[in-house]
Each structure stands twice: as structure tokens, then as C-alpha cells.
Design a protein around this ligand. Structure first.
Ligand SMILES: [Zn+2]
Length: 283
């Protein structure tokens, strides 16, 4: 549970400032779901919670999804239906017996339509102390506004093969490149050819380079959502925080796609040019 975003929530929980509804944007819903369960254990555990608490019955029930006060809603067909939300409401009319909270997790929140979202609103608008909920989506822009506007929003992106620690030198190289791509757009293709292609000669270096950029764009995005501070090291990229959130999100998606594609053998100079061109298509 070394995840920054959730650490922030745990902090808010201890300070009694925890919100009641959260929208989590992620490229890996299953992993995010597990993280949410860990978080819910932490705020409910009657023992002193340690990672992977298996001592107490409550944590065990949360893990095995056998706790009546924890309900996960998946789309039924192409939508999340009004009836599903109605039965959630019904289940949560009484206070929880074993846990501190009644908890719901709405998976694929973009599948809430106007009528199911409407039914959902009462939970969010008149929050009761003992109810907490998560909406999980690929892209928050696809979640209906009435829900989105009432949630505390945060994001969590995953790269295959885990996350690395990056050196300052790697960061500096990536920052320099981002500045080229974001400000000197036409020259960036030349920069690829004249500078970068000499430094990035093999696939592993290329993957590491894109992971470093991903880390930087994520920090920028999280700082726009208000869940992280922009790192001082990245202050020369502050101007990017003035762009639309959804456009920074698109840059993250481009990098995630490139990292995925790099699992296959690709021509590195083509990958670099593709990055410049695709970012160039976004404001
Ligand atoms: Zn426990």
C-alpha cells in the first residue's frame, strides 16, 4: 500500500476529513479494485491494521467479498441499471452491523445512465456518516456529470512490469525532451533524429525513457486533480498544468499505449516520431 493517492485518503480519514464519494480513473480496474479493498480494510479494521491483515474476521470478509455492508456493482448488460442502484439503496437503509461503513464500489461507472445516476444521487448529495462509495472508470470524462461533479476525483495508472525508481539524470533528460515536444513542436522531430536517437539505442532504454515521461505527466495530472503536489524538479513544466485536464490525460494514454506496443519489436526512431506527432494533435 505504498500508493500515494491512497496514503492521502488515509491521512484524510485520520483527520476526519474523508469525503463520501470518490471517482477513481484508472487503466487497470482490477488492480484498482484490489487497492480500494485494501483501503476499505484500513478504515474498518478493528485491529491495528497491517498490510494484508488476516488476523481479523472483518478484513477476511472484505477480501472474500462476503461482507454484507460491502457491495460491488457491475454493469448488467450494457448499462448499470436503475434496479441495481435501487437494491443497493435498500441494502444500505440500515446501519452496518460489523463494519464502520456501508460501502459501495461502482465498477465501469461510465455505464451509469441518466436514470441510474439519478437514483444514485441521494447517496452522494445527502451523505450519511456511515456510507462511503467509489466509482471506477477508464476515463472520468465519460462519467455522467451529475456524478462526476459530486465526487472527489483521483487517478491511478499502471504500467506493465511495475514502476521503477528514476534518477535525477533520467528526469532531466525527459524534462528536456518534454520541453522540446511541448514548445518547439516542429523542431522536435529534428531533436529526435539529431539528439535522442543517439542516446536511445535499445528497447530497454526506450522503455525506461517513456516510463520516466509517464511519471512526469502523471505527477502533472495528479497535481491538476489536487491529489499530489507538482514536484519541484518539474517546475519548468508548470505551464502544462494550465492546459485542459483531459488533454494531459490524453498524453498519458499515448505513453501507456506506446509502452504497451514496445512489448513488440518496434523501430525506436518511429516510436519517438509517433510520440511527437500524436502529442502535436492535442492542444
Ligand atoms: Zn483487520
Amino acid at each position: 500500500m505504498d500508493n500515494n493517492v491512497f496514503q492521502e485518503l488515509i491521512q484524510e480519514f485520520h483527520e476526519n476529513k474523508l469525503a463520501h464519494a470518490f471517482l477513481l480513473e484508472t487503466n487497470d480496474k482490477d488492480k484498482s479494485y484490489q487497492l480500494i479493498l485494501e483501503f476499505l480494510k484500513r478504515i474498518n479494521c478493528p485491529e491495528k491494521y497491517e498490510d494484508g491483515c488476516s488476523k481479523c474476521n472483518l478484513c477476511h470478509l472484505i477480501s472474500s467479498k462476503a461482507l454484507p455492508s460491502l457491495i460491488t456493482v457491475y454493469p448488467d448488460g450494457i448499462n448499470i441499471k436503475k434496479e441495481q442502484i435501487l437494491s443497493l439503496k435498500k441494502a444500505f437503509q440500515t446501519k452496518p452491523v460489523f463494519s464502520k461503513y456501508n460501502m459501495y464500489i461502482i465498477m465501469d461507472a461510465e455505464k451509469l445512465n441518466a436514470s441510474s445516476a439519478n437514483t444514485m444521487l441521494k447517496f452522494i448529495e445527502e451523505p450519511e456518516e456511515h456510507i462511503i462509495g467509489f466509482f471506477v472508470a477508464d476515463n472520468k470524462e465519460n462519467v455522467i456529470d451529475t456524478i462526476k461533479s459530486r465526487c472527489q476525483i483521483f487517478a491511478n495508472f499502471y504500467v506493465k512490469n511495475g514502476e521503477e525508481e528514476f534518477s535525477n539524470e533520467q528526469f532531466e533528460k525527459a524534462i528536456q525532451y518534454i520541453l522540446e515536444v511541448e514548445t518547439a513542436h516542429d523542431a522536435a522531430l529534428l531533436y529526435n533524429k539529431d539528439v535522442l536517437s543517439l542516446e536511445i539505442k535499445d528497447k530497454n532504454t526506450c522503455v525506461l525513457f517513456f516510463k520516466t515521461m509517464l511519471f512526469i505527466y502523471q505527477n502533472i495530472y495528479y497535481s491538476m486533480l489536487g491529489t499530489e503536489e507538482l514536484k519541484e524538479l518539474f517546475s519548468s513544466l508548470q505551464f502544462l498544468t494550465k492546459k485542459k485536464e483531459s488533454n494531459i490525460f490524453k498524453r498519458i494514454q499515448i505513453i501507456l499505449k506506446i509502452l504497451d506496443d514496445l512489448n513488440y519489436n518496434l523501430n525506436i526512431s518511429l516510436v519517438l516520431d509517433r510520440f511527437v506527432l500524436e502529442v502535436g494533435d492535442i492542444e
